[in-house]
Design a protein around this ligand. Structure first.
Ligand code: ZN
Length: 456
């Protein structure tokens, strides 16, 4: 057994949502070390649970703890308490590689504190000799069948799901397993947005030849809420300072890198976004997971943003399943989020070759729509100076509702499986409104599809 370094970190009951950097020294020549963490009154991280302690864990190596530093070796939230760090391999999501001698920092955050406070007892075993985790094999590509989905009713429309997690944060599957699932579902693209990840996911299956395109991202996960970043460089954005100024700086840094920045799940238990005054989000997520998971409230949040928007180029609506688990369902610990890939599905219009860059450009165009599943209704909305046109498919028997700033302005029954509706723009966007957007409703039930607004 190697040298043991014991560490204690104490959080008083009032120190909820406080980060501490706990220094320790890695001597020359260490090839692997192991971190074990225990703490009192432990409860799950679900925002629906309170009364106990939840501890978030991350790690910085000797390259430093500054924002964006290459020193971030990984952040596993409250998901893991046994972590191996090594030259040859590390426990996901931690990065393997050289173990620089010098001062490292364990990052500990008390997400929840009980009335007793939180005492974390940490043991770091230097020169440990643990065996690597087994990676599930990539299946024979030829043995897989691509999912068959209803064809797009207009050319150049593609569908996918950009908000998902892997074992590189708190999911249960490897990136290549998400690739396989996306392929078997028939999606055209998929995104991986692991929480505060220290390395971009690398697709094990190449793009092209019918394989879905991976859009790498990161979910910046702070105690003030979460936002997704896609299309930036392989870096991370600071989640530790969750004051309005701190998170504004993180959004600004991502925008300065040219990345697409989206406010996630602004609804109760999302968790909600705590800083309404932060600017710079290009997108909002009015639909996260299955519709009944309080997404009417997320949509209401988005509509309030639209109603305070004078430019029409901001607050583009996008959706994501927030899938964490491919290998379990119906987990009672996550009653509001039994997420499934493609529930909901984001549709985009892309004429060029499908790449992460063209996917991000299509989101920015603001013409995409959201649908309940990969097989769900299609809701293609377009407009010119005279006419607003809505092409609906796969929703016979449902209702098409047009909504302006103050609520419904149009309502039509959908009587054919493939149907086109058109209105003069003055009818669709009556005086006093700056836009119209559309929803497809099941009779007496859920929203099945949601469009972006057409602006006057
Ligand atoms: Zn999130």
């Amino acid at each position: 057994m190697g040298t043991m370094i014991p560490l204690i970190a104490r959080f008083e009951p009032t120190e909820e949502k406080v980060w501490k950097h706990i220094p320790f020294t890695v001597p020359e020549g260490v090839k692997q070390f192991h971190i074990s963490v225990t703490y009192n009154d432990r409860i799950d991280s679900s925002p629906t649970l309170t009364g106990g302690n939840t501890l978030d864990i991350g790690l910085f190596d000797a390259q430093g703890i500054e924002s964006g530093s290459p020193g971030l070796r990984g952040w596993s939230g409250s998901n893991k308490t046994e972590i191996t760090i090594g030259e040859a391999w590390s426990t996901p999501p931690y990065r393997a590689g050289a173990l620089q001698p010098g001062e490292w920092h364990l990052l500990l955050g008390a997400y929840k504190t009980s009335v007793n406070g939180l005492t974390a007892e940490v043991t770091i075993e230097l020169d440990s000799t643990r065996e690597a985790w087994e990676t599930p094999p990539t299946p024979e590509i030829g043995s897989l069948t691509k999912g068959q989905l209803p064809a797009p009713v207009e050319p150049n429309w593609v569908r996918g799901d950009l908000h998902m997690h892997t074992i590189y944060s708190d999911g249960d599957s490897y990136p290549h397993e998400l690739t396989v699932r996306a392929y078997e579902l028939g999606l055209d693209f998929y995104g991986i947005t692991d929480h505060n990840r220290a390395q971009s996911p690398v697709p094990l299956v190449p793009h092209g030849h019918g394989w879905p395109v991976l859009v790498p991202g990161v979910e910046v996960t702070s105690y003030a809420g979460h936002f997704n970043v896609w299309g930036g460089p392989d870096t991370w954005y600071d989640f530790r300072d969750y004051s309005a100024a701190g998170q504004q700086a993180a959004v600004n840094a991502a925008r300065a890198d040219g990345a697409l920045v989206s406010m996630n799940h602004p609804k109760p238990y999302g968790p909600m976004w705590d800083h309404p005054d932060i600017t710079g989000f290009e997108c909002t997520e009015p639909w996260n997971g299955w519709w009944a998971g309080l997404n009417s409230l997320a949509t209401e949040f988005w509509v309030n943003q639209l109603n305070s928007d004078t430019t029409g180029s901001w607050h583009i609506g996008i959706c994501g399943s927030d899938t964490h688990y491919l290998k379990r369902s119906g987990d009672p610990r996550i009653p509001l989020s039994p997420a499934r890939m493609g529930t909901p599905t984001l549709w985009l219009h892309i004429e060029d070759e499908l790449t992460p860059a063209t996917i991000i450009a299509a989101i920015r165009a603001g013409t995409g729509f959201m649908s309940e599943s990969p097989e769900g209704p299609q809701l293609i909305v377009s407009a010119n100076d005279d006419v607003v046109r809505v092409h609906v498919a796969g929703a016979v028997g449902d209702a098409l509702i047009g909504l302006g700033n103050n609520g419904a302005v149009l309502a039509e029954p959908i009587t054919a499986d493939d149907e086109i509706f058109q209105w003069h723009i003055g009818t669709a966007i009556p005086a006093g409104n700056s836009y119209i957007r559309f929803e497809i409703h099941k009779p007496g039930g859920n929203v099945r599809a949601l469009s972006n607004p057409v602006w006057r």
